[in-house]
Design a protein around this ligand. Structure first.
Ligand SMILES: C[S@@+](CC[C@H](N)C(=O)[O-])C[C@H]1O[C@@H](n2cnc3c(N)ncnc32)[C@H](O)[C@@H]1O
Length: 218
């Protein structure tokens, strides 16, 4: 069900979540994590996010995972990159210019394929998932990231009864309970963004915040 929902959105070009620039909170906070240049950054549920191109431009390697073939192909085409392709047990691997994207299901990734990830960046990924999948995502996928991994997680918070997700509201207590077992969680920033999101206002949402967290693997 979930899978078909996303594949259809990409097929129909309904990708309002896609940003035409790197995420401002990423640019603001990444440096504070002190991730060594050359490290590999995991970008789960990556779409064709320009954050991946930004990481590459800063000297990081990227490992993305994305269900939609359209998204992956558009990413490489829009950056003028010709990807080497290999079929693996995780899905179809695309590699070019320091960026690797697996076209497959994030939940099928294991410790082995994630072993080189020193960092993780999560924007519109956790909050794209309904509650039951969020539990699996944090307790299974994030738990497979290696020791010393650190990252930035960006969420939205709004009264969930005012609008159906995705994106879902994932309040701070939920983030803390999802990640506490394997990660140290620290709020980096919280901003009121209702005025910048007329689409939410039009749907009747009365309060909207974005929150950036720093995550450190325990
Ligand atoms: C809201 S979009 C965000 C994309 C990207 N993070 C961004 O900031 O533009 C969520 C993405 O997750 C992908 N997705 C959903 N479930 C997935 C799964 N189980 N494995 C891999 N990708 C998935 C969808 O196809 C979609 O592109």
């Amino acid at each position: 069900m979930e899978r078909d929902f996303w594949l259809e959105r990409w097929q129909q070009g309904r990708i309002g979540f896609h940003q035409d620039r790197p995420t401002p909170l990423l640019l603001e906070h990444w440096r504070s994590l002190d991730v060594a240049a050359g490290s590999q950054v995991f970008v789960p549920l990556c779409g064709k996010s320009l954050d991946m191109a930004w990481f590459a431009s800063q000297g990081f390697r990227v490992l993305g995972v994305e269900l939609s073939r359209e998204a992956v192909e558009q990413f490489f085409a829009e950056h003028g990159l010709e990807a080497e392709i290999e079929d693996t047990r995780y899905g179809r691997y695309h590699r070019a210019g320091g960026i690797e994207i697996i076209c497959g299901d994030a939940f099928a990734l294991d410790e082995y394929v994630l072993r080189g990830c020193a960092a993780v960046f999560d924007r519109a990924a956790l909050i794209a998932l309904p509650p039951s999948l969020r539990e699996r995502y944090a307790h299974e996928l994030y738990a497979r990231l290696p020791a010393n991994c650190r990252g930035v997680l960006i969420t939205l918070e709004y009264p969930q009864h005012e609008k159906a997700g995705p994106p879902f509201s994932v309040p701070q207590p939920e983030v803390e309970s999802l990640f506490a077992r394997h990660w140290h969680v620290q709020v980096l920033a919280r901003h009121d963004i209702l005025a910048e999101q007329p689409g939410f206002v039009a749907e009747g949402v009365t309060a909207l915040h974005t929150v950036a967290y720093r995550l450190d693997r325990r």
